[in-house]
Design a protein around this ligand. Structure first.
Ligand SMILES: *[C@@H]1O[C@H](CO)[C@@H](O)[C@H](O)[C@H]1NC(C)=O
Ligand SMILES: *[C@@H]1O[C@H](CO)[C@@H](O)[C@H](O)[C@H]1NC(C)=O
Ligand SMILES: *[C@@H]1O[C@H](CO)[C@@H](O)[C@H](O)[C@H]1NC(C)=O
Ligand SMILES: *[C@@H]1O[C@H](CO)[C@@H](O)[C@H](O)[C@H]1NC(C)=O
Length: 448
């Protein structure tokens, strides 16, 4: 479903609709269509549950129009700078949002961190949220659910109530939640215009919310134009190369086919030495074997995915240390043509930016791929699959674990059908993000 197309055509008929109104109308329409046509025909593994989620999601978006629901705009929550890798920052940001929602407060736009040097505070390179993600867009997509504000919205910053978050083993999930509930219910605290959370990376730890709430907050994150255009550029480059390879094989001219129709597979290939050491330890500690995959195993399993039409470009999202390393570029099944940033000639696009932005661009490239293959123990892969699952649910797939779906995802570390990787979907009804984000092989799809 392409919202922008629908919305553009509405303007053609001379009706001026704001994009939010338009989007909501489209969503209501989709909801009605689903209710009419899809509900009775649901069957198969996990189908009913998925169906229910879709309805819930769409309903909650339609409800956002209802002004009765909402978050107070005159009370604020301030949080410390958000740190670590892109995935940790996204999760921590979502937690900050959900904390603000619990307190029924507007979250003051936090600083993210452009670099990965989390131990040396002076190297953290704070970067304002709105330099990376669209501020207004966030608020319009998340309207009624969570709300971001600016420091200039606060009338008097001199009276702030500080909540000190503990850390370490004794700071349990229960204590963390009790403290928040107390702040919400205690009138003398609640009256403060600003509540400030203080503590060492408080949002990296405790999880009090179901996957659905995270999904709802995360989907409101849209990259600012500058960076989404860079992602467009990389995706176009991948498709162009794919088109050239196809037309070279078919001996036809390239002009005929649209770039949009040239598919690509993205593989988040974690085979660098640091990861291999980490995942071997993880396997020992958790007594599980399906965590690490060698590059040979990844190549073989990706090659066994059913229904891939070759020749086909395989975009490898790999660590910088592996760029230009011939060992990951050879050994692929005939017809699968691997590329990474360097071989594509787009490493220059990335080099202009700090770590966080590079990571965000790669995330987009994987998100938009026709097929995505990742490691179920990687948070980066898991967040991509979460977002792709939501996209899939919107299109009304009856049995989303099948192979004949749009935007399928796979986990290469878990064996699936015909020696391929296992199909992977996020269980949106899971009660905690932990199950899907920090080391799990719960990937919802079983082999039949
Ligand atoms: C927040 O407070 C407002 C006003 O008191 C209320 O109308 C609204 O329902 C509350 N929202 C949530 C999410 O609790
Ligand atoms: C802000 O609050 C402080 C403390 O309550 C008060 O002394 C000060 O006058 C207030 N400033 C304004 C501009 O209202
Ligand atoms: C290529 O990557 C492998 C690990 O997959 C590593 O052992 C090797 O040293 C790398 N080669 C180069 C030239 O960097
Ligand atoms: C999804 O999560 C819910 C809640 O934890 C659980 O009951 C259900 O069995 C899970 N579904 C799948 C397909 O794993």
């Amino acid at each position: 479903m392409d919202f922008s197309l629908n919305c553009k055509s509405s303007r053609l008929f001379g009706i001026h609709l704001t994009s939010l109104t338009c989007k909501c109308l489209v969503l209501i329409a989709i909801f009605l269509v689903f209710r009419t046509f899809c509900m009775p025909s649901i069957s198969g593994y996990g189908g009913v549950r998925v169906e229910q989620n879709r309805i819930d999601l769409i309903q909650s978006e339609s409800l956002a129009l209802d002004s009765g629901y909402g978050i107070r705009r005159d009370k604020f929550l301030e949080v410390p700078q958000i740190v670590w890798g892109l995935n940790n920052q996204k999760i921590a940001f979502a937690r900050a949002c959900l904390t603000a929602r619990l307190l029924n407060r507007t979250l003051l736009m936090p600083s993210l961190s452009a670099s990965l040097f989390y131990k040396e505070v002076d190297l953290l390179q704070p970067i304002s949220f709105d330099k990376v993600f669209q501020f207004e867009r966030f608020n319009s997509l998340c309207k009624g659910f969570v709300q971001l504000g600016r420091f200039s919205d606060v009338s008097n910053r001199s009276r702030v109530f500080e909540i000190h978050k503990g850390s370490g083993r004794r700071w349990t999930i229960e204590r963390d939640l009790d403290q928040l509930r107390e702040a919400r219910e205690e009138p003398s605290t609640n009256e403060y215009e600003v509540i400030r959370i203080v503590g060492k990376n408080p949002f990296l730890w405790h999880d009090h919310w179901p996957v659905k709430d995270y999904a709802r907050a995360l989907e409101c994150l849209v990259l600012v134009d500058e960076f989404s255009k860079e992602a467009d550029r990389v995706v176009s480059k991948i498709r162009e190369v794919g088109r050239d390879i196809r037309s070279a094989q078919n001996g036809k001219d390239t002009d005929g086919s649209s770039l949009q129709q040239v598919p690509y597979v993205a593989v988040h290939m974690r085979v660098e030495i640091d990861w291999m050491i980490h995942c071997k330890k993880l396997e020992q500690r958790s007594k599980m074997s399906e965590i690490c995959s060698s590059k040979e195993e990844i190549m073989e399993r990706v090659g066994n995915i059913a229904g891939l039409e070759t020749p086909l470009i395989v975009y490898l999202a790999v660590a910088d240390t592996l760029l230009g390393n011939s060992s990951i570029l050879s050994g692929w099944k005939e017809g699968l043509v691997p590329f990474e940033k360097k071989k594509l000639g787009v490493d220059g696009v990335y080099k202009k930016y700090p770590y966080l932005i590079q990571s965000a661009i790669d995330y987009e490239v994987c998100l938009r791929a026709d097929v995505f293959v990742g490691n179920s123990f990687s948070t980066f892969s898991s967040l991509i699959v979460l977002e792709r699952t939501q996209k899939m649910i919107r299109t009304g797939m009856a049995n989303s674990c099948g192979t004949d779906v749009m935007w399928p995802s796979y986990a290469y570390n878990i064996l699936g059908e015909s020696n391929g990787p296992r199909r992977w979907m996020t269980n949106i009804s899971d009660s905690s993000l932990r199950a899907i984000s920090y080391g799990s092989n719960a990937i919802s799809c079983s082999t039949s």
